[in-house]
Design a protein around this ligand. Structure first.
Ligand SMILES: *[C@@H]1O[C@H](CO)[C@@H](O)[C@H](O)[C@H]1NC(C)=O
Length: 181
């Protein structure tokens, strides 16, 4: 089983390479989990092409993902009918959502997402504030996994200037740059 052997070999060098980088590795595996869902939604996609939520939605469509926009204030985004809320999702437990909303709205979205058992939540940069991060920290027992750009960890700047591909990135996860890789 060569892949297992190489995985074990990789694990054994990781502590030496990335002593303080566990959060980055965690972020990478959470991204893979997020992207493994069969269906997606973007909360905050709009009819304004310049808004980040619309750009996120458009990027996911272009990647061929099965994705719907959620926005109660407009009928459609990029020609796709909007759902009015998370409650309208057909299969929340198999849906990953990208959240591109103001922090005060985000907190309410996360409460709903947790209540209906959304598979995975990815907060795009700017969608979170301290209350949102506290909600996520409080949610360790739930089924939903969360990706967000928490405050940089001490030493993050030093690590990101190193050249190891394993150790860099992850401090400010962003769906577009991940999909564009
Ligand atoms: C997190 O949990 C604490 C303790 O139960 C509670 O006081 C606080 O309101 C919770 N925060 C959020 C944002 O849900």
């Amino acid at each position: 089983m060569p892949s297992l052997v190489s995985a074990l070999a990789l694990l054994s060098v990781l502590p030496a390479l990335c002593a303080a980088s566990t959060p980055s590795l965690l972020a990478e595996s959470k991204k893979e989990l997020f992207l493994s869902a069969p269906t997606f939604a973007v909360v905050g996609a709009s009819d304004d092409e310049t808004k980040f939520g619309t750009i996120v939605f458009k990027t996911m469509l272009e990647q061929g993902l099965d994705v719907v926009p959620i926005n109660p204030f407009i009928p459609e985004s990029q020609g796709v009918s909007c759902l009015g809320s998370l409650a309208e999702l057909a299969d929340p437990a198999r849906t990953s959502i990208s959240v591109v909303t103001q922090p005060a709205v985000t907190l309410e979205i996360l409460r709903q997402a947790s209540a209906i058992g959304i598979f995975s939540v990815w907060l795009q940069p700017g969608a979170e504030d301290d209350a949102v991060l506290e909600f996520i920290a409080n949610s360790t027992m739930g089924v939903t996994t969360y990706i967000h750009s928490a405050a940089p960890l001490p030493g993050a700047a030093r690590r990101s200037s190193e050249s190891s591909p394993i150790c860099t990135g992850g401090e400010t996860p962003d769906l577009i740059s991940t999909l564009a890789r």
